[in-house]
Write a protein that binds this ligand. Sequence first.
Ligand code: ADP
Length: 159
Amino acid sequence: MKRIIYPGTFDPIHNGHIDIARRASMLFDELVFVIAENPRKEPLFSIEERIMLVEKSMSDIKNVRVGSTSSLVVDFAKSESALAIIRGLRHVSDFEFEFQMALMNYHLNSDISTILMIPDEKYIHLNSTVVKEVSELGGDISQYVPEIVQLNLNTKFQK
Ligand code: ADP
């Protein structure tokens, strides 16, 4: 089975992430989201909440699963027998970070390829931080996130 993993913080998942996941899931037999537990980041949503939000947001796509890891992404990929890691590329500014990360991952495990994918233009400006800020300040985020994410953001910000 040709499997690809999609690592990230996903705090929370938004329509840009979903665009990449849909496209990649069509190219592979299975796509596994990997929610990264990064001790240096203070996420708004717990790991369990982020997993639930990804699962509900992707429930219409049958070949998508969700996992999490607090260790190296390449080790997770190996444990899943994945062939590749998919990452989204929004701007030139993303490139430098993604390029470094891809090269480091090749050093760690050269069997696992990195694929960088460009989303639909309408998602280029989206990131989880902006979504949270707009939601907290009472802005309309319905065109940026699935309804379940919007509801959970409203609960977090007590609206
Ligand atoms: P962010 O907080 O920026 O959304 P994540 O760590 O959750 O970051 O992102 C996980 C992956 O999804 C990364 O490869 C990132 O480049 C990609 N990604 C994030 N936002 C978008 C977007 N709007 N369009 C396409 N890919 C995206």
